[in-house]
Structure formats: C-alpha cells, structure tokens
Write a protein that binds this ligand. Sequence first.
Ligand code: GCU
Length: 350
Amino acid sequence: MNIRNLQRRALHRRTLLGGAGLLGITAALAACGGSSGGGSDAGGASGKAMRLALNQTEEHPSFVALDNFGKSLDEATGGSWSIEVYPNETLGAQQETLQMVSNGSVEMSIVSGTQLENLNKDFLVLNMPGAFDDIDKQISVLQDPSIVGELFASLEESQNITVVGGFTQGERSVYSTKGPVSTPADLAGQKLRVQESDLHLAMAKALGATGTPLAYGEVYTGLNSGVIDAAENNEISYVTQAHYEVAKYFSFTRHLVGTDYLIINTDTLNSMDEAQRASFDEGWAAAVEEHTGLWQEQTAQGIEDAKAEGAEFNEVDVESFKEALASLPEEFLTEDSQTTLWDAVRGAQG
Ligand code: GCU
C-alpha cells in the first residue's frame, strides 16, 4: 500500500463527492443499465450484471475481496451473473444505498451494522461495545446460522433485503485533532463523529464526548474544518480515507469490533437457480476468508504508513473505556429477542 497513491485517491474521492449529488447518482445508474443476458424472465434464471455500492477506496480489503468475488461468480456462472463494485460512495452514502437495494435500483451494498439497527433493533446487539472479543470470534459467530440465520432473513418481507453475511470492521479506536487520549476524561468537550446510530450516539456520551452523526464520506472535511474534533474507526479507514492528515493522534481505545454486512435485493437473490446460488454462496465464503486475511496485513501496514506521515499512535487505559461503556447493554437491550441474541453471541465466545 503506497501512501501517496492513497492520498491521491482520497483527493479524487473528495472531488467526486463534491460534484456528485443525487442527479449524478441517478445519471450513473441510468448509464450502467441493469441486466445482461436479457434480465430474469419469470420462471427462468437468466442472470444479471449486479452493481454493488461500497463506501471504501479501491485499496481497502472490502473492495479487493468483493471485486474477486465478482470475478469468481462471473466465471462460475459462465458470465450469467456478475458484480461490478462501485467504490468511494459513488452510488451514494450507506443510508442511501440501503434504500436503493430495498427498491432494487442497486442490487447490492456493503452497509455498516449501524444502518441495519435502524430497520431492526436486534442488529443493535452486534453493534454493541463488548459484543465480540476479537475478529476471529466475530467471524465464527457471523457464520453460525443457528445464531444469526433468523436475523439475516429478518428484512426480507418488510424491506426486500437479504443479509448475505458479514465482514469485520476490525477494532474501532478513537482519533483526534486535539491530542492523544488515554482515558475518557481526555475526550471531555470534544465533538466525536459517530455513525448514524442512537447506540453510538449514547456511546459517545458515555465517553464524555459530544456525539455528532455524519456519513463516512464527510468525516475528512469535518475534521479538517473543525465541525468535529475526533472520530472513531479502524486503522485501515484512518489510512485509506487519509484521516491521519487532519487528525494526527490515534489512540488504541479498541472500544468495539464493528461489523459490515453484504446486503442484496431479495428478489434478485431469489432469481438465481440452485447452481447459481451455490456459486454465489461459495464466492462469498471465499471473499470473507480473503477479507479477513487482508485485514491483518493492511492493519499492520497502515499503522506503519501513517506513522511515516507523522501520525502518532498511543495505547490507552483500556479498562477505563470498558467501564465507561459497561451500562450500554442494559440500557439498549430491552427486548427479549435482543437479550436472547446477546446471550447466544456472548455464549458462543466461551
Ligand atoms: C468502517 C466501515 C464502514 C463504515 C465506516 C464508518 O470503515 O467499514 O462500513 O461506513 O466505518 O465509520 O462510517
């Protein structure tokens, strides 16, 4: 991973976003059309060129793994089904692409768990600090249908969305423009960007900060202009989004292991025949494996690259963060379905 390239891409991304807007998105969607091979006829699966919306750069493990997923699906189905990954929020921010998958104007998207929590409160369980001990345990929970099967199918009737599975977002930590953070007290008075989630807003408050929900693509400008003082994310986002340029102090709070989901329009998924569906599932399983491997490599490399550009990393008093966040499960997991899922998720991790 070359930092100069990343900077150029980040700049390019910001320019693109500046000029895009909804009109741009609509035009892009119209221009790429939808189906190949004549679309899906009733009673017969003929295939489709699917679009997948992503908010990451082309260097990010999610782009790399999904792009390879597309190629393997294309090959396995003799060109009937393919996936084109649109990176850098070019099809819209996650809140918008979630709607697009629901109405079928885009077939697939990666969305953060925080987006799904707004459609079904049970997803909140997996967005909770302390839900996962580490990435390996997270992936095994996300691949266990006895734990997540019902949850992943829960949006099919109401939203026409199927959750295919999860990628790790790694451990999320805090970074700030103001200085290194060691305990939550250091965040007092800071405006901390959070994802669009009531839980994560409460998380910011519990850490003594003022939570400011923003879309991912707005974080760089937010930090740069002082609209926010701090953000929380993984090391790979810190580097690929060039956030280190504007928030130099990265503190390893590791306050939660986040989850991204691959979502697909349910009607599209159901129009695959059995063999195509099997190829789709195999390709996805391989993508998760590749993604998880790349995650470790790029995290280590990203830290080195950011340090070389002047970013400063520091360890924190991890216990003080755990303590500050300890009351969130009781506050937010109030329904039986949520506590049952929480027990299953925690129970599976020994
Ligand atoms: C991570 C995650 C994204 C999410 C982003 C955010 O990068 O992979 O899906 O959108 O965090 O903080 O918004």
